[in-house]
Design a protein around this ligand. Structure first.
Ligand SMILES: [Zn+2]
Ligand SMILES: [Zn+2]
Length: 241
């Protein structure tokens, strides 16, 4: 598997650096996980938009989903131009308003996910765990040839998440807050909590990063509890395993 971080800022993008988006590939098959603000522009540095047919959204906050509408328009235009002949399949939590929005645009399909969903998308198997966040949100485990990526999405720390992510070959852990800040009241994790999850994974990328403070301190706090196999996400960063 190969993962490319498209963007990693929490809440809103920075100049040239999008919010959450992760391109996951194996043997020529590509899957996009989350499509936040700025992702569609940056994504094209790595792949032609017509080569992705599946987009999994963890939840509908704008920093994870706002660019999916533009993606649908690209699929509409490029289908009409004869450049692609496959619909864009969007997977996300049940939400009648979003479902109507998605399916009102031609060449888009929508499939709901919940905690019991098991998806097979190309070579990838996906399982979900409902996270703790102000809106319905799912962490996900992506398995391919006995290797696993766990993406926490947006969430507070909770014990089942530690069980869910244990042993992951790659953990993509949200880390919105610095150590000592109260993640529970925001529905996010601080650096120490992300580190606790990382301690049980083989390798970790911290993502959904805050726009303030010193990110090296954030990283160090996570490493104190989670070990040194932890990195900060950056746009364009790739991990292969
Ligand atoms: Zn977010
Ligand atoms: Zn969120």
């Amino acid at each position: 598997m190969k993962i490319t971080v498209i963007g990693m800022w929490g809440g809103f993008p920075k100049k040239g650096e999008p919010c959450s988006g992760y391109l996951i590939q194996h043997e020529g098959f590509s899957l996009l996980v989350d499509c936040g603000s700025g992702v569609l522009m940056k994504l094209q540095e790595f792949i032609n938009l017509n080569e992705i047919h599946h987009v999994v959204l963890s939840h509908y906050h704008y920093d994870h989903s706002s660019d999916v509408g533009a993606y649908q328009f690209s699929r509409l235009v490029n289908t009409k131009l004869g450049k692609v002949d496959h619909p864009l399949c969007i997977y996300g939590p049940e939400n009648p308003v979003k479902k109507d929005e998605f399916t009102s645009i031609p060449y888009t399909q929508f499939q709901r996910i919940d905690q019991d969903t098991e998806l097979t998308i190309g070579p990838f198997q996906l399982n979900f765990l409902k996270s703790i966040h102000p809106v319905e949100t799912y962490a996900m485990k992506i398995t391919c040839k006995n290797q696993t990526i766990v993406y926490t999405a947006d969430t507070s720390y909770f014990e089942e998440l530690a069980v869910f992510s244990k042993g992951a070959d790659l953990l993509i852990a949200e880390c919105s807050l610095y150590e000592g800040m109260d993640g529970k009241s925001f529905g996010h994790m601080n650096a120490r909590e992300a580190g606790l999850l990382a301690a049980e994974a083989k390798q970790t990328i911290l993502t959904h990063l805050p726009h303030y403070g010193n990110l090296q301190e954030l990283l160090q706090s996570a490493q104190v509890v989670g070990g040194m196999a932890i990195d900060l996400a950056k746009p364009g960063m790739t991990v292969k395993f």
